[in-house]
Design a protein around this ligand. Sequence first.
Ligand code: TRP
Length: 327
Amino acid sequence: MKERVLSGMQSSGKLHLGNLVGALSNWVRLQDTYDCYYFIADWHSLTTGYADTSGIKESTKDILINFLAAGLDPEKCTLFIQSRIPEHAELHLLLSMITPLGWLERVPTYKEKQQELKERDLSTYGFLGYPLLQTADIIIYRAKYVPVGIDQVPHLEISREVARRFNYLYKEIFPEPEALLTEFPKVVGTDGRKMSKSYDNAIYLSDTPQEVEQKIRTMVTDPARVKKTDPGDPELSPVYQLHKIFSSKEEVEQVADGCRTAGIGCIECKKILIKNVFRVMEPIWAKRQELLNSPDTLHEIVEQGTDKAKKVVRETMHLVREAIGLF
Ligand code: TRP
């Protein structure tokens, strides 16, 4: 029996190279070894985006396409959409009965996100409950491992505490989920800051080859290197940071050396990066195109994944109702 892995991604916006290198590629690797459940957390996007839901359907679809384009295989893992499995909400409600408010108020992301998104009213019930809904998402599959970034560790901590409390109050049903932290290279955006859709510096999986080329060509480099004859410091150039992720060892050495000795110009250096980013993106573009042209395939995959997920959650909810003593 393979151990179970579960992870989710919020459906707010498009996916970029940072998401690919940071999360998706790891998910793809895990599908060979574990019994993997991956889903799009569309309810979670409502916790902050409830006032404008106009983009949510498109964004869910785009993420699903990217999941598949990046190599998630519906024959190997279970892919689904959170809102299609209402049992997540049922478990969330039952867990809300046993979760002290203080546990949720103390989660660092609660106040941080409120600060970050000051223009939105996040003094809502749903937003406070974000980590509890995430807990329900995870433990309803009795998942052992949850591949996430370091920012999600406080949420995993809540999940473990709530699972423990349920087990103590009613019956040992839930394993305490563990974060599966993988060391990811940090992907910088075109301006040198962390790649993020809120900084407008991201290269999206849905960008066309022309857009990707344009974005890389206009990337900032070592600001001290004004003329091609000025030697530069590759470590100060975001282009070099991306080379370290996408280029071969030889190429990385070649551009670093060339930069320090003024033996290579920034344009040439960027051309090598463009070639290598294209190599990673070409199969993704091809698969995206194929899926965009066959909406039926997409629906079938979701139906099939939903059915598989439903089997598991029904079993869990049966145990849960019994453990609590509901009629
Ligand atoms: N909070 C996660 C994020 O922002 C998304 C998420 C929702 C999730 N439910 C989950 C991740 C369950 C792992 C497991 O990335």
